[in-house]
Design a protein around this ligand. Structure first.
Ligand code: 9B3
Ligand code: ZN
Ligand code: ZN
Ligand code: ZN
Length: 305
């Protein structure tokens, strides 16, 4: 069977998505939200009881940045945990009975492949930049949220290149289109990154506090306390600009301004000892503790519909 405690290649992840969804038709459905620049299909997994229904939903993506391999592992872990504890874990059962989770296991597929085959430290997409020999855009600077005003570069050779325009990347366009189309049911947006052990929320593109700052703050504090309860892993939470750095064009800020109130960016383990090269021995503990934070947020959403 699928090994959730190691880093899996794109081909393995893609095969897994097909098999786990066909093996659990009452809990998982699979749909395309479009293709990547290099032509790979971006498949979204919809997890929830009676996937045909339209319940309030949480949208979660992993693999925005290619080198952040622990995040791809977490989305796989989440899907497996959801279907394997449905019916036995009362909390997960309640969540899946009353909500849906849209899970995009790998946002930046082209970049992920590139980290497996060429450059482990690649971050961006793999699109050609006209007028430059440098490849790729930072997808987390490519959304229409203060686009390219701060903490981003207009140099195509930069790792934080904002792109030629908002949603210039087909991957960004595909995600934004799906969320725009489904914004009436999407109550929370979670985007999973690494590393630093942070739980960030809007805004990153400005220091102004979000309208829902106090609620976002208290929910984040509850979430990181839940996370810490398992192995004592310490996270910091707060608005992106003040907590990590001011930066524009992020998907969390964009989703929040679209009206998705509960919008968070996770920065998973570690704090720099291994960084993006987190050992496979830490996949299980990282994923188990992160499950607690995600479930905390989902429960808050459910209790505040
Ligand atoms: N809105 C945002 N939210 C979170 C971050 C941090 C991630 C961490 Se890898 C990034 O730099 O893209 C960056 C931005 Cl622009
Ligand atoms: Zn990232
Ligand atoms: Zn990061
Ligand atoms: Zn578990």
């Amino acid at each position: 069977g699928h090994d959730y405690t190691k880093y899996n290649s794109w081909a393995t992840i893609n095969d897994w998505a097909i098999s786990i969804s066909s093996a659990n038709p009452d809990l998982i459905s699979r749909q395309s939200i479009g293709n990547t620049y290099e032509g790979r299909t971006m498949h979204l997994l919809k997890i929830g009881k009676n996937t045909g229904s339209n319940k309030p939903a949480v949208f979660m993506d992993c693999g925005f940045h290619a080198r952040e391999w622990i995040t791809h592992a977490f989305c796989q872990w989440f899907v497996n945990e959801a279907v394997s504890t449905y019916g036995s874990d009362p909390d997960m059962t309640n969540l899946l009975d009353r909500m849906d989770f849209f899970v995009l296991p790998v946002f930046n597929i082209d970049g992920y492949e590139y980290t497996w085959n060429r450059d482990r430290m690649w971050r961006k997409t793999r699109s050609k930049n006209s007028g430059s020999s440098c490849i790729g855009t930072d997808p987390n600077r490519n959304f229409n949220a203060g686009w390219c005003t701060v903490g981003a570069s207009s140099n195509p050779c930069s790792d934080t290149y904002c792109g030629s325009s908002p949603e210039s990347e087909i991957e960004s366009k595909n995600l934004a289109n799906f969320i725009r189309t489904n914004k009436s049911v999407i109550k929370a947006y979670l985007t999973v990154h690494s590393y630093s052990q942070l739980l960030l929320f809007p805004y990153s593109y400005k220091y102004d506090l979000a309208a829902h700052h106090s609620e976002l703050m208290s929910v984040s504090q509850g979430a990181i306390a839940a996370l810490r309860s398992l192995y004592g892993t310490k996270y910091t939470s707060g608005p992106g600009a003040a907590t990590i750095y001011p930066a524009a064009g992020g998907s969390d800020d964009w989703a929040y301004d679209l009206g998705v109130k509960y919008s968070y960016t996770f920065e998973l383990r570690d704090e720099g000892r291994y960084g993006f090269l987190l050992p496979e021995s830490q996949i299980k503990p990282t994923c188990e503790e992160t499950m607690l934070a995600v479930k905390y947020i989902a429960n808050h959403v459910l209790n505040n519909l």
